[in-house]
Design a binder for this molecule. Sequence first.
Ligand SMILES: NC(=O)c1ccc[n+]([C@@H]2O[C@H](COP(=O)([O-])OP(=O)(O)OC[C@H]3O[C@@H](n4cnc5c(N)ncnc54)[C@H](O)[C@@H]3O)[C@@H](O)[C@H]2O)c1
Ligand SMILES: [Zn+2]
Ligand SMILES: [Zn+2]
Length: 391
Amino acid sequence: MRALVWHGKEDIRCDTVTDPEIQDPRDAIIKVTSCAICGSDLHLFHNFIPAMLPGDIMGHETMGEVVEVGSGVNGRLRKGERVVIPFTIICGECEQCRRGNFSVCERTNRNKHIADKVFGHAGAGLFGYTHLTGGYPGGQAEYLRVPFADTTHIKVPDSLTDEQVLFLSDILPTGWQAAVHCDIEPTDTVAIWGCGPVGQMAIRSAVLLGARQVVAIDRLPERLAMAEAGGALTINFEHESVVERLNELTGGKGPQKCIDAIGMESHVTPTIPDTIYDRAKQMMMLENDRPHVLREMIYVCRGGGIISIPGVYSGFDDKIPMGMLMNKGITVRTGQTHVNRWTDELLRHIEDGRIDPSFVITHTMPLEEGPEMYKVFRDKQDSCIKVVLKP
Ligand SMILES: NC(=O)c1ccc[n+]([C@@H]2O[C@H](COP(=O)([O-])OP(=O)(O)OC[C@H]3O[C@@H](n4cnc5c(N)ncnc54)[C@H](O)[C@@H]3O)[C@@H](O)[C@H]2O)c1
Ligand SMILES: [Zn+2]
Ligand SMILES: [Zn+2]
């Protein structure tokens, strides 16, 4: 089959690889009808996430049709059914899965023995990600083997298009979880840094959850325009001070709720000294991430507020103002998304027309164009916001 394969830093190719086969009774094979490129894939593209190996198949936003099921799937998934595959592989049985903490499932990370040493306790297996999350082949491919397929799936009705449901795999529940983590009250201002696909879903979610005011921050006009269309006020951080503007919009008190939808690759701005500091330290491998936005959020967040971090961080970060965080009594909530915790509710929102996540798609291309589309998405060429690939 054809698949997008990681070969090293900024080197993803569309290769012919061996078709996946059932390896375990709980496996299923799906024929992929649509898949997408995520901001998290860019961290792999830039080789910022350790433990990738040449030959790894990329992709964790995937859907398609079930073409084969193992003997242990026990009728919970059948040939011909249409499914979206969550990026988190879940057993459905362990203590964490029973609590709905799916992204820290205790059984699906097949490199748990190594990941336990690195993280203290391993997270779930993830598709198309690092070997620290199991090294499972991803779904930017013609076919995908789904381990623990009896629980690792979201069934979707034929009445909805691929474009309407594909993002149940990741960015929609990710934006939603980020907003839910804010415990939004009707008097709240929710400030959202980053208007990429995750930020866009967080904006729609915060509006739906009833925030008084949603403020979105980025520098790219097309992304800011999409944020405005979703109901947000916007700040272009290259043109004005984020802190001053947020204080102005909140009577000097700062937003009660702050969402970081950027993560480890915060933009480097020559006029903002700590962004240069982070870039230099990251290049010398003395710091893993560029946490400028975390510092800004802690500074501007109202005392007693909540900081919600869906953005991915990879390791050790410098100059996090713990004194400020502690003295302001700020709560921090974060995590890889517990996808299946939210998808029943989100599928109902899509079916009832309250959310249509397809608004975020700017490019639909054949899988073969994938390597080029990684660059287009990374460089925001052609006003690219979200790429869907068709195998
Ligand atoms: N927690 C999860 O389970 C989960 C799931 C999906 C994605 N993610 C993460 O969410 C993050 C966003 O993903 P995406 O697909 O939207 O990526 P993206 O790269 O398309 O979007 C990031 C946006 O942040 C903007 N930005 C950069 N620096 C900024 C700054 N200082 N202030 C304001 N905006 C700034 C960029 O211009 C860009 O529009 C990534 O870190 C990704 O890995 C996490
Ligand atoms: Zn993702
Ligand atoms: Zn589990």
